[in-house]
Design a binder for this molecule. Structure first.
Ligand code: FAD
Length: 547
């Protein structure tokens, strides 16, 4: 497996691949792992960092999709429910059980009986058993679990199982795993055109954004898993015919835990009937999401004042005692859902099912879908490729076994083992002089790979020493190529620990600059980009950036 960027570029240029994947989000990463583990020779290119598109901007739940039950999308509920259990098994440190409380109110969208029946059907479709099965709670039980709710409005609650993840970390681990099966993956490498032989696509023309060099990659099949950019890629071969994308924007706001001290995750409705999540995570609680049509800049998605105010109004209505104001919001993120257009449907009514398009020149595109369904989407695409190329590649193919492939080096066997490891690491980290919070943070970010970070620390370590150890690990093992890769996708610090950035920034930049051999101009550019990301995560605009 090549690890240096130079060696990766050489491989991409010299090898002939069975499958070239455009896009390093969860979908592309899932395809890469399925294909490479079945024996195909895979190349994956991503124009930004891995997971820099929608796959770092989701609600970060691996979920069975309760809301799809309302749309009667039974097959989707069943598939996401089953997949949820699989992801929990192969990556329990990245798919943590999270009980969800659905409070019922006098004037709410959900009644007691319909909720009870809905959650019952959901449990059956999603294959939920044991303690995870839904419980219906009385008013008193609901308020005991979440005292912040309005005692005058709540009449009871539904209590059911969901799973929390880190979308970007999940994507990175999928790519790392695919690389163990010799997939060649490169970030900051944008596809801008295709290569043809006899009117059939057999390659992609790219630019390495870090060196500015052109790269031609040749292969048998090309799949575009470019998320919100799928139609831009389809425009390159003039294949946007029939079904097309419909982008909707979703915003999340982040609050310090003490300002929004919910004891546990909630799924609640706002007056129009839309459902929102409030999810405590480490030092913060995050709230989301909006769902509005989008036609602005795909590369700079921001939070508008109206997005923020909509979420604040909704949350202050359901928790009237907390009075959250714009000043309480410490960070935000905004992402695009790459949904499939259906005439006359509103954003929330559009199906979340994935769709595959095959163009006459052979370009395969996949869009729609959920993070939760990444494994099945990968399987469907690879099945299609195999069907097309069976004669040429059948001799080297294995059957799908991504269900059995643990993510994140050594795997945990159970959720309890993850909890025990968090407790153990919290003690060890506090023995090194650090806040025990970092025990939880390391395990839920890196799993057992945390040992490689811990091994670099001595007693009397500071948060900066920890950050430097993480950066060194990320440079060596996770293809960090730019400063934002560390601050946003590898660690989630921009969203979940934004205050830490001021403290560690200059030391982290020094290590990156030395290791990546930045010129003073490059370092200035990296700092400017980071300033822009911090600005967008902490500011609220009047209008979108235009496309
Ligand atoms: P992306 O992650 O966008 O990846 C596509 C990649 O292609 C991008 O990184 C982009 O840079 C790259 N690319 C584009 N053009 C090129 C090019 N020319 N050359 C090279 N690379 C290119 N799902 C869940 O399961 N659970 C949730 O809780 C959840 N919540 C969500 C909340 C919100 C607000 C949103 C927006 C989505 C949510 N989803 C959720 C859906 C889920 O996040 C997406 O379905 C999933 O992340 C899409 O992944 P993707 O790989 O298809 O797209």
């Amino acid at each position: 497996m090549p690890t240096s960027r130079k060696a990766i570029i050489q491989h991409l240029q010299e090898d002939y691949f069975d499958l070239i994947i455009i896009g390093g989000g969860a979908t592309g990463a899932g395809i890469a792992l399925d294909a490479s583990s079945r024996g195909l020779k895979v190349a994956l290119v991503e124009k930004g960092d891995f997971a820099s598109g929608t796959s770092s901007k989701s609600t970060k739940l691996i979920h069975g999709g309760l809301r799809y039950l309302k749309q009667l999308d039974i097959a989707l509920v069943r598939e996401t429910g089953t997949e949820r259990a699989t992801v929990n098994r192969i990556a329990p440190h990245l798919c943590l059980p999270e009980k969800m409380l659905l409070p019922l109110t006098e004037d709410g969208t959900y009644g007691k009986y319909s909720t009870s029946l809905g959650l019952f059907v959901y449990d059956i479709l999603a294959g939920v058993d044991g303690d995870d099965r839904r419980k219906m709670l009385s008013k008193e039980e609901t308020l005991a679990i979440e005292p912040l709710l309005d005692a005058n409005a709540v009449v009871g609650g539904g209590y059911y199982a969901e799973y929390r993840t880190d979308d970007a970390r999940l994507t990175i681990e999928l790519i790392k795993k695919a690389m163990t099966f010799d997939a060649v993956a490169m970030n900051y490498c944008e596809v801008h055109g295709f290569h043809y032989t006899d009117d059939e696509i057999d390659g992609v023309r790219c630019t390495d954004h870090l060196s500015g060099e052109p790269i031609l990659i040749k292969g048998r099949r090309v799949v575009s898993a470019a998320g919100p950019w799928v139609d831009q890629i389809r425009k390159k071969n003039d294949s946007v015919k029939g079904k097309r994308l419909h982008l909707t924007k979703g915003v999340h706001l982040v609050f310090p835990r003490e300002k929004f001290p919910v004891k546990q995750s909630l799924y609640f409705d706002e007056p129009s009937g839309r459902m929102l999540f409030a999810i405590p995570r480490g030092k913060v609680t995050y709230l989301g999401t909006t769902d509005t049509n989008y036609s602005g800049d795909l590369d700079r998605i921001i939070c508008l004042k109206e997005d923020r105010d909509y979420l604040l109004n909704a949350v202050n209505r359901i928790f009237p005692s907390i009075n959250l104001t714009p000043d309480d919001v410490i960070s935000n993120w905004a992402g695009l859902r790459p949904l499939i257009h259906e005439d006359g449907k509103s954003p929330s009514e559009l199906s979340r099912k994935d769709e595959i398009f095959v163009a006459p020149d052979g370009l395969i595109s996949i869009a729609g879908g959920k993070l939760t369904g990444y494994r099945k989407m990968g399987e469907r695409i690879v099945d299609l490729v195999i069907k097309k190329d069976h004669d040429e590649i059948s001799q080297k193919l294995k059957s799908v076994y991504t269900k059995e492939l643990p993510l994140g080096s050594e795997n945990f066997m159970t959720n309890e083992e993850v909890q025990d490891y968090i407790t153990d690491l919290s003690h060890r980290i506090s023995d090194l002089g650090l806040d025990p919070y970092y025990g939880w943070y390391l395990v839920t970010t890196y799993g057992k790979q945390s040992e490689k970070i811990l091994a670099q620390l001595n007693t009397n370590s500071t948060p900066t020493d920890l950050a430097i150890a993480e950066v060194r690990y990320g440079l060596e093992s996770e293809m960090i190529a730019r400063a934002e890769d560390y601050f946003v996708r590898r660690t989630g610090r921009l969203y979940f620990d934004i205050e830490s950035i001021d403290v560690i920034r200059s030391s982290v930049m020094s290590v990156l600059s030395e290791s990546l051999e930045w010129t003073p101009e490059q370092e200035a550019l990296e700092n400017k980009r980071l300033d822009e990301l911090i600005f967008d995560a902490t500011h609220y605009y009047d209008v979108e950036f235009s496309a």
